[in-house]
Design a protein around this ligand. Sequence first.
Ligand code: NAD
Length: 375
Amino acid sequence: MKIAVLKERRFNETRTAATPESVKKLIGLKHSVAIEAGAGVTAGIRDDDYVAAGATVGSVADVLKGADIIFKVRAPDAAELATYPKGAALLGLLDPYAAKKEAAAYAAAGVVTVAMEFVPRITRAQSMDVLSSQANLAGYRAVIEGSQLYGRAMPMMMTAAGTVAAAKVFVMGAGVAGLQAIATARRLGAVVSATDVRPASKEQVASLGAKFIAVEDDEFKAAETAAGYAKPMSAEYQAKQAELVASHIVKQDIVVTTALIPGRAAPVLVTEAMVKSMRPGSVIIDLAVAQGGNCPLSKPDEVVDVNGVKVAGFTNLPGRIAADASALYARNLLALLPLLTGENAAFAPKWDDEIVKAAVLTKDGAVVHAALKDG
Ligand SMILES: NC(=O)c1ccc[n+]([C@@H]2O[C@H](COP(=O)([O-])OP(=O)(O)OC[C@H]3O[C@@H](n4cnc5c(N)ncnc54)[C@H](O)[C@@H]3O)[C@@H](O)[C@H]2O)c1
């Protein structure tokens, strides 16, 4: 197959969908790889590095000519989509829950689209799990950004001039991003606590050396879906949770919020009153800002100052660690490729495979994913 890798054109996107390492492996699998000039620069990769790995580097037209598969990080806009060859397959982070209109355009363009976010979280697909690979780095980076915005030290320090207190970090939502945030904050020497609504997270939080704080009622005991995600919680639970969080947050220095419900707006966990109860110099990092935010005061790609409390809404934290995020993302794509490949390295998707079925949005000129079909 000819695999095309294009430069990312979305605002703030610094990652790239192939690295010299992934190119070498693709060439080893008998594919050819064409990279748009400059595609890796923001992730620290020169065109020459790709060429040394066996790729060709050229213009958009060169790269897309005869391409079977297009590797992207983010979805194309209409102008970019118009350049894609009919029948080619696009693999990327296509934001599928919000992509009804876009899916119709992909279908009309005759492009096969694979939304990497829809790859099921089953054991066989772990190596393809972009949500985990990117959330893990986002959780790490959130704490690094938080420590940067925080005007004080993270670890306790005993010096001849006196003692510096350790920062108190509170992580809300202890999934993939939250657990890495906890581990990172602990490594930096902070005193860490965390909350979640899934009972399974309690032990994971404790195993990382953080204190678990949650309303552990009957609803909490049943809050995990069969797929391992959190259910939306009732208004009654949310009120109890808010009361508990309000009394805890007032003593915290850095709060990292990561709570998400797939396909829905993020739950509000940190109210304006809670933000105002925190002392000046404290920091909130809202990882859910792109899904509406866990804090109503967070704004996309801004650090808002609320009475001295900094509320940061970075929409692309993995993009702030672009080299590593690209390397992991490129490996995720590489792991999925055999499901789209037949004999002699030809383009032959295994349409009946459960992973392919779950992730394909469009094929044969039609929207095929149940979540995006009309009606
Ligand atoms: N089997 C696998 O390969 C695999 C891979 C990745 C993740 N998982 C599992 O999937 C689950 C979800 O992980 P994720 O990080 O993708 O989740 P996510 O990004 O959807 O949500 C982040 C966290 O927010 C929590 N949350 C949601 N609503 C909340 C609320 N009102 N208050 C507090 N917390 C709230 C969720 O429980 C979750 O832990 C975890 O159990 C994880 O271990 C499994």
